[in-house]
Design a protein around this ligand. Structure first.
Ligand code: ARG
Length: 285
């Protein structure tokens, strides 16, 4: 009996230490939402080279020049949190580095769900990706349409994909004998393809359609990547451990979905993308 009491005491003490430790570390891990509310500002990183999800309207200036589905979503999110939105535009891999280091809490930039991202970030629930995630394709020059029709045709051939993207994973896994070329900005990749520095560029299907509309010398290769179901929607990247912010974001996503905003935002994005002032930007950072 005495022994039991002692064990119980020790257990209780251990429990208290654990509880204290949890209290001590919880605010540190989970402070982004509080900070956003306190500062009245939500900062979102994005790489505006991915029309129609995020791109630049060159007829506008500053914050107003960032447009696209994800920008509408970011604005909605800030509104739901009751704060101002500040977009910080940077390259796609820099967006991911910023959220992983915690210098920026959130990035909305057309991210597909991937295993590595699930390990390194809090990932939101899925949201609408239009025709961007259902298919992943290769852009090639129209003159090469007959030359490249199956994976083996890319053996030893330079195939570009954006740095730190799902497309780069697909190139290295499904075209293992191609020469994978890392591209910082999608717009630069398009130039490399047109000038013959690379033979193909891996892009999301909807993004490819937008690119071809502005670059009629390019076509989609008839062969497409095989894409697992879990990649077929987009997620928001949140700094690891920021569970309160994650919950708030998921609540806003559910509300946007229920209110039927996704279709409207996508149609609006397509309309702006078709206007003459939409540009593929190249960002030096
Ligand atoms: N969906 C792809 C990925 O998750 C590409 C996203 C590219 N986004 C961008 N803003 N450039 O890697």
């Amino acid at each position: 009996m005495k022994k039991m009491k002692k064990v119980l005491c020790i257990l209780l003490a251990l429990g208290m230490i654990a509880a204290l430790a949890a209290c001590g570390s919880a605010p540190k891990e989970n402070q982004a939402l509080n900070e956003i509310k306190k500062s009245g500002k939500l900062t979102v990183a994005l790489s505006p080279d991915f029309s129609p999800m995020e791109f630049v309207d060159s007829s506008k200036e500053g914050q107003d020049s960032y447009v696209g589905f994800d920008v509408s979503l970011a604005k909605y999110l800030a509104e739901e949190l009751g704060v101002q939105l500040e977009i910080q535009a940077m390259s796609f891999d820099a967006c991911q580095t910023a959220v992983s280091s915690g210098s920026i809490p959130v990035s909305i930039s057309g991210y597909s769900w991937t295993e590595t991202r699930a390990e390194n970030y809090e990932l939101s629930d899925y949201y609408y990706a239009g025709d961007n995630e259902t298919e992943q394709v290769l852009l090639i020059r129209a003159a090469d349409a007959e030359k490249y029709t199956k994976p083996e045709d890319f053996d030893g051939v330079s195939v570009g994909a954006q740095n730190a993207s799902l497309q780069m994973d697909l190139v290295t896994s499904q075209l293992p004998n191609a020469k994978a070329v890392t591209i910082g900005e999608i717009g630069v990749g398009v130039m490399e393809l047109e000038s013959g520095n690379i033979e193909a560029l891996a892009v999301a299907d909807g993004n490819g359609t937008q690119i071809i509309a502005n670059h009629p010398g390019l076509v989609k290769c008839t062969w497409e990547f095989e894409v697992a179901e879990e990649f077929e929607a987009n997620v928001i990247l949140i700094h690891k451990g920021e569970k309160d912010l994650l919950d708030a974001i998921n609540a806003a996503l559910a509300k946007a979905y229920a209110e039927g905003y996704y279709d409207t935002w996508y149609q609006e994005a397509l309309e702006i993308a078709e206007s003459a002032s939409s540009v593929e930007v190249s960002l030096a950072d």
